[in-house]
Design a protein around this ligand. Structure first.
Ligand code: GAF
Length: 353
């Protein structure tokens, strides 16, 4: 596959944009319950370049496709990867913009399918590039909202807004504390003496889409049974007592996870932040049942390491990566020790090795 726009299309692009993946430090499966999240951007980014091609159709080149895709706005492409781009084009047209035929090149080093939001990075980079090319008057929050809709309406996963807000607004230097109901947000420093490490378990997230949609439906069912607009509004754990066992555990995860995020942004020490990460993992594993055995094994190795403050599965779950808060300047040592014990299917993703 062509490594650059020029190589693929033989001319320079008219617009370029990029957007990062994200790692969620705390607050998973809270966003579609109107709750709190705490992501940071990762160094890996997706880059999109575009040029008007004089026609009405779209030619997409991306290494992830393994071949070029061609499509028009009247019918979605068959490849899942191309559907994210298609969704963005359609939504921008629905916003009232005239979208001309385009040559589009995508290059990305955001790891795919591990819980680091490669799809949000693609959506946000595509929308940023369209904003630049077409002079769209959409701000970064609107970009995130359009990206979320592209994923729900054209890729079939009923996601919340965490990933797109993180890709659109977070930095790698600090975490972004976001209230997903009001979209109020503020940057939060990482705990002093802590460094973020992300290791992939190599466990495929094969059931991620169906498991995710099912969890979301269970949360909505629990909120309905409690007579609440969403699980964000659960006042205390006692309020969950009347729920059937399974729904009670799902709701308990959401309630305790929101509380953990609120505690984590109070300027607590790295050790206390790490303890919240460990609790979050246990809650996702036992109450939310959105972890996987290989991820649990990786998390346990991380949690036990003397230079680790805490660790948890990150993102949508059902496989994928763990994020850890480790002692400053310890990431390489921890990664080497833990991966040696875990096995060759594991790999270090952040900091980039
Ligand atoms: C996926 C979704 F896209 C997010 O909206 C969020 O729900 C996350 O899983 C779990 O916190 O990344």
């Amino acid at each position: 596959m062509a490594a650059s726009f020029e190589e693929a299309f033989g001319a320079a692009p008219q617009a370029r944009a990029e957007a990062p993946g994200r790692v969620n430090l705390l607050g998973d499966h809270t966003d579609y319950n109107d709750g709190f999240v705490l992501p940071a951007a990762i160094p890996q980014r997706t880059r999109v370049a575009m040029r008007r091609n004089g026609g009405a159709d779209f030619a997409l080149h991306a290494a992830e496709l393994g071949h070029g895709a061609r499509f028009g706005l009247d019918a979605p492409p068959t490849e899942q990867f191309a559907r994210y781009v298609y969704g963005c084009l359609r939504l921008v047209q629905d916003e009232g913009a005239q979208v001309p035929g385009l040559d589009i090149h995508v290059a990305s080093d955001v790891p795919m399918g591990v819980g680091l939001s490669s799809s949000a990075a693609l959506e946000v980079a595509t929308l940023r590039c369209l904003r630049e090319l077409l002079g769209l008057g959409v701000d970064d929050v609107r970009i995130a909202q359009l990206g979320q809709r592209a994923e729900i309406e054209y890729a079939g996963v009923n996601v919340g807004i965490l990933d797109q807000m993180a890709s659109s607004l977070a930095s790698t230097e600090r975490a972004l504390f976001l209230d997903t109901r009001s979209l109020e947000r503020r940057p939060v420093p990482l705990p002093a003496g802590g460094q973020v490490l992300v290791l992939d378990s190599g466990a495929p997230r094969s059931l991620a889409a169906s498991g995710y949609n099912q969890r979301r439906a269970e949360c909505e069912q629990a909120a309905r049974a409690l007579g609440l607009a969403s699980l964000r509004d659960v006042p205390d754990l006692a309020a969950l007592e009347g729920l059937p066992e399974l729904l009670r555990r799902r709701a308990r995860h959401v309630f305790t996870e929101n509380r953990r995020v609120l505690q984590a942004v109070e300027g607590i020490a790295a050790a206390a932040f790490g303890a919240l990460m460990n609790e979050s993992h246990a809650s996702l594993r036992d109450d939310y049942e959105s972890s996987a055995p290989e991820v649990d094994r990786l998390q346990a190795l991380l949690q036990r390491h003397p230079r680790v403050h805490g660790a948890r599965i990150t993102g949508g779950g059902f496989g994928g990566a763990c994020v850890a808060l480790v002692r400053a300047d310890s990431a390489s040592q921890v990664a080497a020790d833990v991966l040696a014990a875990f096995g060759p299917q594991g790999r270090q993703l952040v900091p980039m090795p």
